[in-house]
Design a protein around this ligand. Structure first.
Ligand SMILES: Nc1ncnc2c1ncn2[C@@H]1O[C@H](COP(=O)(O)OP(=O)(O)OP(=O)(O)O)[C@@H](O)[C@H]1O
Length: 453
């Protein structure tokens, strides 16, 4: 498509020069010398770009600009010495400005830049719209999941705080994203913070931000995630892990909408919707005194419980199909599950829930090689590891059960397996939990020949 360009300039010579240059660049340019002539042109055409002289005989550029900028990018041409006018035009929405006398090389550069930026913006807006229009990412038709969907629909349009409860890997973060996507603030940011992976100070500065000099190394002011989520949704994952000091600050945000950056003396307002998730029993924790009861009641105003996969086995076939279809390699070889393999999956208790199912499907795809059919032999369910934290959400510790007395290597291997499942294969989080470097985690992955390596 050849871009249409309209040049509105009463300087006849400059106008002709610019039109000539634009046509040589492969555009279809038309020159007019007044606003009246431009209006006549605009009634018949939709140009992709307008070059507009600030001083026309029958109108001033800054009065016309608002009528043009909504439809296409506008480059202002202004007399040398009227930079102030050019700045005003930029503030009113002009894409760029050129000073007279116009240098034709510069004209070419600026036009390329403006058209490229405009097409990128159009593409971005298109993609954003597509993403917003997209249907739910939540797969499954079971009555239990439908109930969760109904709860999401009910609460999403309000700005109410929501608590999502459920075992690890059931899809709590997905539910939080759905609440955001179906809310009135869907076009604003969704900011997620995992409360269990950071030390208290780091976490505080990440969430609330800090002022310059708040602590050693704070050499400049930094905004926190609360400010990044301004007008949108702040998702606090693993809320049961936050310390009492942070619990108090979070309570203040929920009660008053106010907070301070670390080292700050000024209150700032937090205009965010808070959605929190946990696999712990917050009620029991608040009764034991490890989680503030007042914060629990604030969060608990609207709770969505996401049931474990073993209570909605009907969803397994659709989930497996979804994970296979979303795997590049399996799409190429048209992978599918044999009936026996599916039966094996449906019978399994899934202590690691949908995350475990997803990892298992990905492993089975690799193990089945070039054959299209995934057979029961390609499905490796956890061998020997009978229970994990996932099966005991209220417990803070970890239990590994073995059929025989394990060696040190068995313990290491199974604990690594458990952490990989818990953190969805995230090596950084595994390393932080084990207190070793990521390089060492990588070494262990190789040692035990995990498929993720
Ligand atoms: N209904 C679903 N449809 C499709 N994918 C799902 C569904 N539920 C969960 N998943 C996928 O399963 C994985 C785990 O989900 P998610 O991270 O939301 O679980 P979680 O409950 O937040 O886990 P954790 O407690 O460990 O933070 C993700 O890859 C997610 O996309």
């Amino acid at each position: 498509m050849i871009p249409l360009v309209l040049v509105i300039d009463d300087d006849v010579t400059l106008n002709r020069l610019m039109v000539g240059q634009l046509n040589r660049m492969g555009h279809a340019a038309t020159g007019v010398h007044s606003w009246a002539a431009a209006q006549a042109y605009l009634q018949q055409h939709d140009p992709h770009l307008v070059l507009l002289d600030c001083q026309l005989p029958d109108a001033r550029g800054r009065d016309i600009l608002p009528q043009l900028v909504g439809d296409c990018p506008v480059i202002i041409i202004t007399a040398y010495g009227s930079v102030k006018e050019a700045v005003g035009a930029m503030q009113a929405g002009a894409a760029e400005y050129l000073l007279k006398p116009v240098n034709l090389d510069e004209l070419q550069l600026v036009i390329h830049k403006v058209l490229d930026a405009h097409s990128m913006k159009q593409e971005f807006l298109y993609l954003k719209e597509q993403v917003q229009k997209r249907k739910s990412f939540m797969i499954g038709q079971s009555p239990a999941l439908k109930e969760v969907e109904n709860m999401i629909d009910a609460v999403a349009p309000s700005m109410m705080t929501v608590l999502i409860q459920g075992e690890s890997g059931v899809g709590k973060e997905l539910v939080a994203r759905e609440i955001h996507e179906r809310s009135q603030v869907a076009s604003r940011s969704f900011v997620a913070l995992d409360c269990c992976t950071m030390q208290e100070n780091l976490f505080e500065s990440e969430l609330f931000g800090h002022e310059k000099g708040a602590f050693t190394g704070a050499d400049r002011q930094k905004k926190g995630l609360i400010e990044s989520a301004e007008g949108g949704t702040l998702f606090l994952d693993e809320i049961g892990e936050i310390t009492p000091a942070i619990q108090a600050k979070l309570l203040r945000i929920l009660e008053t909408g106010r907070f301070r950056r670390l080292g700050g003396t000024r209150d700032l307002s937090a205009n965010v919707r808070v959605v929190a998730a946990t696999n712990r029993d917050l009620l029991a924790m608040s009764q034991e005194g490890t989680f503030r009861a007042d914060l629990f009641y604030r969060l608990n105003g609207f709770t969505i419980y996401v049931p474990p996969l073993r209570q909605r086995r009907d969803d397994i076939p659709a989930l497996v199909k979804h994970f296979i279809n979303n795997h590049d390699f399996s799409r190429r070889v048209n992978k599918h599950l044999s009936e026996e393999a599916l039966a094996k999956l449906v019978a399994y208790p899934w202590p690691g829930n949908i995350r475990e199912l997803k990892n298992m499907v990905e492993r089975a795809i690799i193990l089945s090689g070039d054959t299209a059919r995934i057979l029961p032999g390609h499905i490796m369910l956890s061998d020997g590891v009978v229970s994990t934290t996932a099966a005991k959400p209220a417990s803070k510790g970890v239990s590994l059960d073995f059929e025989q007395i394990p060696t040190l290597d068995d313990l290491e291997k199974h604990y690594l397996h458990l952490l990989l499942d818990k953190f969805n294969g995230h090596r950084g989080k595994v390393a932080r939990t084990l207190g070793i470097s990521e390089r060492n985690v990588y070494r262990l992955l190789k040692k035990y020949e995990f498929m993720e390596v």
